[in-house]
Design a protein around this ligand. Structure first.
Ligand SMILES: CC(C)(COP(=O)(O)OP(=O)(O)OC[C@H]1O[C@@H](n2cnc3c(N)ncnc32)[C@H](O)[C@@H]1OP(=O)(O)O)[C@@H](O)C(=O)NCCC(=O)NCCS
Length: 332
C-alpha cells in the first residue's frame, strides 16, 4: 500500500488594509526610503488598526478565504494549528478562538511558538497527524500582528515588521505529492539576540516593564542577519541534496521574508535563479509566521501539480528549518 502523505489542498490569506510606507516611517524615525529599500528590500507593510483587534482577526479572515475557495465544510476540520508569537492573549490559545469562530466544532486546536519558523514547524506537525491517520483535514495558520509588539521609536526594528496571516488546508493522499521531507532545528543560545523580555513568567508585566519598553521586540540585527544567512542557506542545501533536488528540478524556493539580502544569499547557495524565488517582502515586510503562507497565497495561481517547492525559514529562538513540498493541484 502507498504511503499516506499530507497534501496541501488549499491556501488562504489576509492582510489588513492600512499601508505603512517607508515614506510614512521617515516621519516617525530617522530613516529614509533609500536606506530601508537598499538594506532590506521592503517598501511598505500592512498594519491592523483598531482597538482590541488581535491576530485572531487576521487568522479568521485567512481561514474564511481558504474555506470558501476550497468549499470545505468547517465541521469536517479535525485540527487547527496557529503558529504565532503575537497570540490574542497568553491563554487561551488563539487557535481555539479561530476554530470556534470559523465553525470547526469538531476540531481540537493549539498554538505553536517558533517565531518566524512557526509556519514550517506547524506544517510539519500537521502533516504528521495526517500521515499517522489521526486526522483527515488539518488547517495550518501562520500569522502575526507584529505592530502590537513594535517600538515605533526604534528604527532598527520598526522598519522591518508588518501584520498578516496565511493558511493552508492539509488532507491525506496516496499520490506522490504533499509534504515530502522536513529538517527542523532550534538553538536556545540565540535567545539574547532576538526576544521580548517582558510579560512572560520570568518577568511578569509591571509598571517597570512598561517603563523599560520590555513588551517590544528586542533585536540585534546584524547578529541575527549572520545567523540567518548561514543557517537558512545550509538547511535548504541539505534538504535539496538528500532529495536529489537541484536548480533544474526545483520549481520554487519559498523563503521566509525577513531581508531581501538573506533571501538572495539562500537562493545563490541552492543555485536557484531569481525568477524561481517567491518574493513579496517589498509589499508586506516581515510578518513573522505569516510570510510563507502569504507567499503561497500570492503565488498560488502559478503553481502546478508536481512542482517541487523548498520552504525555508529562520527566526527567534533561534529556530530554523526547511520543508520539501511537492505541490498537489493546479489552481486554474
Ligand atoms: C536590521 C537590519 C536591516 C539592519 O541592517 P544592517 O545592515 O545589519 O545594519 P546595522 O545594524 O549594521 O547598522 C548599520 C547602520 O545603519 C543604522 N541604521 C539602522 N537602522 C536604520 C534605519 N532604519 N535607517 C537608517 N539607518 C539605520 C545603524 O544605526 C548603523 O549606524 P552606525 O553605523 O552609525 O552605527 C539587518 O541587520 C537585518 O535584516 N537583520 C536580520 C533581521 C531579521 O531578519 N530579523 C527577523 C528574524 S525572523
Amino acid at each position: 500500500m502507498n504511503k499516506i502523505r499530507a497534501a496541501i489542498t488549499g491556501v488562504g490569506g489576509y492582510v489588513p488594509d492600512y499601508v505603512l510606507t517607508n515614506r510614512e516611517l521617515e516621519t516617525m524615525v530617522e530613516t529614509s526610503d533609500e536606506w530601508i529599500t537598499s538594506r532590506t528590500g521592503i517598501k511598505e507593510r500592512r498594519i491592523l488598526k483598531g482597538e482590541h483587534l488581535g491576530v485572531s482577526v487576521l487568522g479568521i479572515a485567512a481561514v474564511k478565504n481558504m474555506l470558501s475557495k476550497t468549499k470545505t465544510d468547517p465541521k469536517e476540520i479535525d485540527l487547527v494549528i496557529f503558529a504565532t508569537v503575537t497570540a490574542d492573549m497568553t491563554f487561551p490559545a488563539t487557535a481555539n478562538i479561530v476554530a470556534t469562530e470559523i465553525g470547526a466544532v469538531n476540531a481540537f486546536s493549539f498554538d505553536m511558538s517558533a517565531a518566524c519558523s512557526g509556519f514550517i514547524y506547524a506544517l510539519s506537525t500537521g502533516a504528521s497527524y495526517i500521515e499517522s491517520g489521526m486526522c483527515k483535514k488539518v488547517i495550518i495558520i501562520g500569522g502575526d500582528k507584529m505592530s502590537a509588539i513594535m517600538d515605533y521609536t526604534d528604527r532598527t526594528t520598526c522598519i522591518i515588521f508588518g501584520d498578516g496571516a496565511g493558511c493552508v488546508l492539509l488532507e491525506p493522499t496516496t499520490e506522490d505529492v504533499g509534504v515530502m521531507d522536513a529538517i527542523l532545528r532550534s538553538d536556545g543560545s540565540g535567545e539574547s539576540y532576538l526576544h521580548m523580555k517582558g510579560g512572560g513568567s520570568r518577568i511578569p508585566a509591571s509598571h517597570e516593564t512598561v517603563d523599560k519598553k520590555m513588551h517590544y521586540v528586542y533585536q540585534e540585527g546584524s547578529a541575527v542577519f549572520k545567523f540567518a544567512v548561514t543557517n537558512m542557506a545550509d538547511v535548504s542545501a541539505q534538504i535539496a541534496s538528500r532529495n536529489n533536488l537541484n536548480a533544474d528540478n526545483i520549481q520554487w524556493l519559498v523563503p521566509h521574508q525577513a531581508n531581501k539580502r538573506i533571501i538572495d544569499a539562500t537562493a545563490n547557495r541552492v543555485g536557484i535563479a531569481d525568477d524561481k524565488v517567491m518574493m513579496n517582502i517589498e509589499r508586506y515586510g516581515n510578518t513573522t509566521a505569516g510570510t510563507i503562507p502569504l507567499l503561497l497565497w500570492d503565488y498560488e495561481k502559478k503553481l502546478k501539480k508536481g512542482d517541487n517547492l523548498i520552504l525555508a525559514a529562520f527566526g527567534g529562538g533561534f529556530t530554523w528549518g526547511a520543508v520539501y513540498v511537492k505541490w498537489a493541484y493546479n489552481s486554474n
